[in-house]
Design a protein around this ligand. Structure first.
Ligand SMILES: *[C@@H]1O[C@H](CO)[C@@H](O)[C@H](O)[C@H]1NC(C)=O
Ligand SMILES: *[C@@H]1O[C@H](CO)[C@@H](O)[C@H](O)[C@H]1NC(C)=O
Ligand SMILES: *[C@@H]1O[C@H](CO)[C@@H](O)[C@H](O)[C@H]1NC(C)=O
Ligand SMILES: *[C@@H]1O[C@H](CO)[C@@H](O)[C@H](O)[C@H]1NC(C)=O
Ligand SMILES: *[C@@H]1O[C@H](CO)[C@@H](O)[C@H](O)[C@H]1NC(C)=O
Ligand SMILES: [Zn+2]
Length: 455
């Protein structure tokens, strides 16, 4: 399944010791929330375990050759136009909803769930159907340049296991969650509390038992309205027992918020409902968070929970525009999510663009919330996403000691939607790709230094 790059072959032939690949050429990555680094004569050396062992930003051709010789491999030259960038990170995606992505966007959240989402998800009680659908979504997401993702499956144990199997076999880095729903759900898509907890524990054991360093389980209560207090407490206990992260939805839509208030009148707000059930930890990922009060934002920050901003979804389901500028300045852990298929695009590039426009739209009415710059959007798509997944120390940019999760972008690939001119340098080429590029430009995808997709 893994395509082998030329450099890997030569490393094997020479029987070299440490480096697997030494890339030479342009690269772009985030160094922090406000700054991008553009290297034109960059060197990135990656060892056999996929770890980045050397990074240079301005090496001559002969210096690069020397580095490659030191590691006993031949150089992997990118040429003048291609460049490397870190893989994109999707902190919130519903794998089963891919089957209706891009259709049925005319309803708001609660009606949309009942009309489209729940009937489609119910079909995942058929594991063969699930396997076929999940193969398609994982292929699409990888081609779109997503190297790490946090997936929601459905309530079905066998189908959820199939999703974990497919992600593992394709070599992507991911959290996979079996969804929990034991109240306020249709008869055809509901579990008893006991079954929900039992299947979740079995799912966690199954995924952890795979001993795959890239794929891990995540506890996934769908959202407060679909989970009883007993279920939420039980899930918190499982997250602690097996040391796994947690994901759910928060403050997405005003009707949803009012419903939660009705269900839990004793709690001051939606965030506190999760917190009082032990579900708000420093490994929790909350999606949307469009309408958080000051107190809720403080509580999220205090607990160290991450926030998945899903701009396409917010606009498509008309949920609202998040206070991203404000949350960034507060130092919240923030990343981007496609929210397939509340968001109609499986591409994080699309969400960079929609996040950018969302922030501009918000800035019209809230002049203090300055719009977001490209560097900030790219940070959210890579390093910020890594932070939300609890992986900031191991992925998200090109730093010695991190794992090489990366994309080779060819702005002039066959059928490319981009044209270059003689004034274009790495900075403008990168900008053109981010704003107008697509999967035709993503010619190779690496996770842990292994090529998992190549065109
Ligand atoms: C980000 O990095 C740039 C370049 O290294 C530096 O000038 C800037 O102060 C950093 N900003 C923050 C917020 O750390
Ligand atoms: C890159 O290295 C060359 C040769 O050493 C030098 O002339 C040039 O100024 C350097 N560029 C940057 C951006 O550091
Ligand atoms: C699966 O769910 C569908 C509803 O979408 C239902 O018609 C069917 O009977 C279910 N099959 C099984 C095996 O439970
Ligand atoms: C997360 O919380 C746990 C216990 O609550 C603590 O041990 C750990 O250091 C925290 N991690 C981070 C990154 O804050
Ligand atoms: C969606 O809207 C909510 C509410 O304004 C906001 O918190 C969230 O960040 C938005 N997400 C995106 C991706 O714009
Ligand atoms: Zn969602």
């Amino acid at each position: 399944m893994y395509l082998t790059s030329l450099a890997i072959i030569s490393a094997t032939l020479i029987g070299s010791i440490s480096a697997q690949t030494v890339f030479y050429g342009n690269f772009v990555h985030s160094v922090n929330v406000t700054s991008l680094e553009h290297a034109t004569n960059g060197v990135i050396a990656v060892d056999r375990s996929g770890k980045i062992i050397q990074v240079e930003t301005n090496a001559s051709a002969s210096q690069a050759q020397q580095i490659a010789r030191k590691y006993g491999v031949s150089l992997f030259p990118l040429g003048n136009q291609k460049f490397l960038m870190p893989g994109l990170i999707d902190t919130h995606i519903h794998a089963p909803q891919y089957v209706f992505t891009g259709s049925g966007m005319d309803l708001q959240l609660l009606d949309w769930l009942n009309t489209f989402t729940f009937p489609r998800e119910s079909r995942f009680n058929n594991t063969n159907y699930a396997r076929s659908a999940y193969s398609k979504v994982i292929d699409r997401v990888i081609r779109s340049g997503t190297t790490a993702a946090s997936y929601y499956a459905t309530i079905h144990l066998e189908a959820s296991k199939a999703l974990a199997d497919i992600v593992a076999s394709r070599g992507q880095r991911a959290f996979v969650g079996k969804v929990n729903m034991d109240r306020n759900s249709p008869d055809y898509l509901i579990e008893t509390t006991a079954q929900s907890l039992k299947d979740t524990e079995a799912f966690i054991q199954y995924v952890q038992g795979k001993k795959n360093s890239r794929v891990a389980p995540i506890v996934t209560p769908r959202f407060v309205p679909s989970c009883t207090s007993e279920l939420m407490r039980g899930l918190s206990a499982l997250a602690t027992k097996y040391n796994v992260p947690i994901q759910s939805h928060l403050d997405e839509n005003l009707d949803e918020i009012a419903w939660v208030k009705q269900l839990h009148p004793d709690q001051p707000d939606y965030t506190s409902v999760y917190d009082s059930h032990g579900l708000l930890t420093n490994r929790t990922i909350m999606a949307h968070v469009v309408y958080p009060s000051d107190a809720e934002r403080q509580l999220l920050k205090q607990r160290g929970a991450g926030i998945s901003h899903c701009p396409n979804s917010n606009l498509s389901l008309r949920s609202g525009i998040a206070k991203i500028r404000q949350m960034l300045s507060e130092g919240q852990k923030l990343g981007l999510g496609t929210d397939v298929s509340g968001g109609y695009s499986p591409s994080i590039l699309n969400n960079i663009r929609n996040g950018y426009f969302s922030a501009i739209a918000r800035s019209f009415e809230h002049p203090d919330d300055k719009y977001l710059k490209l560097a900030e959007m790219f940070y959210l798509a890579t390093l910020g996403g890594a932070d939300v997944l609890g992986m900031k120390s191991s992925i998200g940019n090109f730093v010695v000691g991190k794992q090489f999760d990366a994309l080779i972008i060819d702005p002039l690939s066959h059928g490319s939607p981009i044209d270059l001119f003689d004034h274009d340098d790495i900075k403008t080429t990168f900008e053109k790709f981010i704003n107008n590029g697509d999967d035709r430009n993503i010619i190779e995808v690496f996770v842990d230094g292994r090529s998992i997709h190549r065109i």
